[in-house]
Design a protein around this ligand. Structure first.
Ligand code: ADP
Length: 225
């Protein structure tokens, strides 16, 4: 299966992406995580990306598209993938159309996570990530770790992303409105987009997403039907 997850910052894309990819046994590919890996390793790409991410802006298309092109060419995506954070504007969407056409493949679903804007800042400002594994995501109020500041899953230290500060979040929301929201229209025209209400419990949102792609319900662990 090939799935895209679209939604404003704070909609829970990362949280849902990890669970959906595990449930469907497909690769989870997050452009945000790929950039953060590059930044952590101090590569040229990472240094370039950091300036834009820090300002709440999109990383330039040629950098992002090149990185995704290379990632989708790896054999571990043959069974499918769940793209989280790409495409984020219509240029990227057309580039993805081209990449898929070249490999004679197509998208099965585009899930558009919808969340009222007034919930976004609270969700993001309380978000904490694990230093050892960015897929381990907590929230100080909604899903707190058992020990403050420590990952329940691996014991790694938790931290707040620097672009999760309020001023940067507002800029990211503006970029979402002007550049990313039109991408949903691009996929509506292709007949593959479904809007998923992203409020409520993680498990409920996951079940709505699975329903939308006709893949049943998840158990309490979120990993099997
Ligand atoms: P969120 O979904 O919470 O906004 P991500 O981790 O997906 O966060 O992305 C963090 C930042 O990385 C974005 O604000 C942007 O600067 C950059 N980024 C991620 N994906 C893309 C993309 N497809 N194109 C350009 N920049 C991107």
């Amino acid at each position: 299966m090939r799935i895209l997850l679209i939604g404003p910052p704070g909609a829970g894309k990362g949280t849902q992406a990890v669970r959906l990819a595990a449930h469907l046994s497909i690769q989870h590919i997050s452009t945000g995580d790929l950039f953060r890996e590059h930044i952590g390793q101090g590569t040229d790409l990472g240094q370039n990306a950091h300036t834009h991410i820090h300002a709440g802006l999109l990383v330039p298309d040629e950098v992002t598209i090149g990185m995704i092109n290379e990632r989708l060419a790896r054999p571990d995506t043959e069974r499918g993938f769940l793209l989280d954070g790409f495409p984020r504007n219509c240029v990227q969407a057309r580039a993805l159309d081209g990449i898929l056409a070249d490999s004679d493949s197509k998208l099965d679903a585009v899930l558009d996570l919808e969340i009222p804007e007034d919930q976004v800042v609270g969700r993001i400002s309380g978000r904490r990530l694990c230093r050892q594994n960015h897929e381990h995501i907590f929230h100080v109020d909604h899903s707190p770790p058992e020990v403050a500041g420590v990952c329940d899953l691996c014991g790694g230290g938790l931290y707040q992303r620097e672009d999760d500060r309020e001023a940067t979040v507002r800029q990211r929301l503006e970029v979402y409105r002007t550049e990313t929201a039109p991408v949903v229209g691009h996929y509506r025209a292709q007949g593959v987009a479904t809007t998923i209400p992203a409020h409520g419990q993680v498990q409920d949102v996951l079940n709505r997403a699975l329903d939308a792609i006709g893949r049943g319900q998840a158990d309490a662990a979120g990993t099997s039907s």
